[in-house]
Design a protein around this ligand. Structure first.
Ligand code: SF4
Length: 97
C-alpha cells in the first residue's frame, strides 16, 4: 500500500488500511552514520531512509547492510590453496611448453 505519512505515494509494506503500523506510526529520521548514503530521502520530517524505517537499528549491530556509501571490509587471512589443485595447475602449465 502507498505511504500516506512521511513518503506519500511510495509503496510501503508498513502502510495498512489503519495507517502506518511501524513503531510510532512513521519512519524515523536517519542517524549520523547514514550521511552520504544514496538511500537518504528528504521529507517533511527531515531525512529518512528510503529502504528501512528505523535507520538507528540498522547501525546498532555494526555496519548497515543497505548502505551505499560504506562497504564492509572482508579480511581474508592467507589464501588457502588446495595442494591437489595447485599440483594439477602446475602440471598443466608444464605441458604447454
Ligand atoms: S540504507 Fe542504511 S545507511 Fe543508508 S540511509 Fe538507510 S539506514 Fe542509513
Amino acid at each position: 500500500m502507498q505511504c500516506q505519512t512521511v513518503l506519500p505515494g511510495t509503496e510501503c509494506t508498513f502502510m495498512g488500511k489503519n495507517g502506518c503500523v511501524f513503531t510510532e506510526g512513521a519512519c524515523q529520521v536517519i542517524v549520523e552514520n547514514c550521511e552520504g548514503c544514496e538511500r537518504v530521502v528528504e521529507t517533511q520530517i527531515g531525512k529518512v531512509c528510503g529502504s528501512y524505517p528505523a535507520p538507528e537499528k540498522k547501525w546498532s549491530g555494526g555496519l548497515c547492510n543497505f548502505a551505499t556509501h560504506v562497504k564492509a571490509e572482508i579480511k581474508t587471512e592467507d589464501a588457502k590453496i588446495n595442494p591437489l589443485k595447485a599440483s594439477k595447475k602446475a602440471a598443466g602449465s608444464k605441458k604447454k611448453k
